[in-house]
Design a protein. Structure first.
Lengths: 140, 140
DNA sequence: ATCACTGCAAAGGGTTTGCAAGTTC
DNA sequence: GAACTTGCAAACCCTTTGCAGTGAT
């Protein structure tokens, strides 16, 4: 299963060269779950101070071209990036802005939307907002 | 109901000055349903050739600040803008890129997502993709 | 040895800002 | 007449591109 691949294998399977910079970029995205360009840049520079923003962008684009990475657009936030994994939707905490994945049953969701829209739903992008995020709740 | 207000009244209710440029901007967005900045700029310039892009942006931001306008972010498309109306989700045709509104029952959708996520869903942004759009289908 | 990647600097595209002139209320 | 809006130009992101040098396979 793709989700359990090491970053290195993910890259090799796509025929991408495994450079230390690229490997760390993938690892940091994996660790973060969802991350924006600047935060990623900051983290990578702790290890490779000479790394340039252009390299971040080139890698993000290369990884998206290979289908390993996905862009996540949420209102009022910078674009985030996440590794492509099996079906999930995004939950965003209105208090702290934390984005987390919620695993779903793809067919259940498709058929729900087919029912209410009358359309043959091939794909969907769903973000739900609420205030009961794990992080905030645990701080109460 | 807000949805049936004239553009002029929408602006007055928010205490915004009703200039000819602004009025036309609101009308064009209303007509288009969903429109990107450049298309809007093109349309407005047919009537006001001297209108500047900065004015488009200032108005978009002012209208969003007043809660009259909403930004619609869809992968692979320029940002679109739509007047804020009652609950709907977006259907995007994978063939032609047409974006259309699908009216929904807000409570039904909330409770569906509460059920599958275990979260107290306060809001959501949903885009569904398919190939059976009205425009494409009618051309078959 | 080849092809791809990195890093730098410059260019590009989209959006915002400051200010003077004009408009709405 | 006060407050706001427009239009222009300049400034500001954020992102991409070109190219020379470096590194992976």
């Amino acid at each position: 299963m793709q989700s359990y691949q090491t970053p290195e294998n993910l890259l090799r399977e796509k025929g991408m060269k495994v450079t230390p910079q690229r490997l760390l970029i993938v690892r940091e995205i994996q660790d973060a779950g969802h991350i924006d360009v600047d935060s990623l840049y900051g983290k990578i520079r702790e290890v490779f101070p000479s790394l340039s923003l252009a390299t971040i962008y080139k890698n993000i684009n290369a990884l998206m071209d290979e289908g390993l990475l996905r862009e996540v657009k949420i209102d009022g936030m910078k674009n985030l990036y996440e590794l492509v994994t099996k079906d999930h939707i995004h939950f965003v905490c209105s208090k702290c802005g934390e984005v987390s994945d919620i695993g779903i049953d793809e067919l259940e969701v498709s058929s729900f939307f087919r029912k209410i829209s009358g359309k043959n739903v091939k794909d969907y992008v769903i973000t739900i907002f609420g205030e009961d995020c794990d992080k905030c709740s645990s701080v109460n």
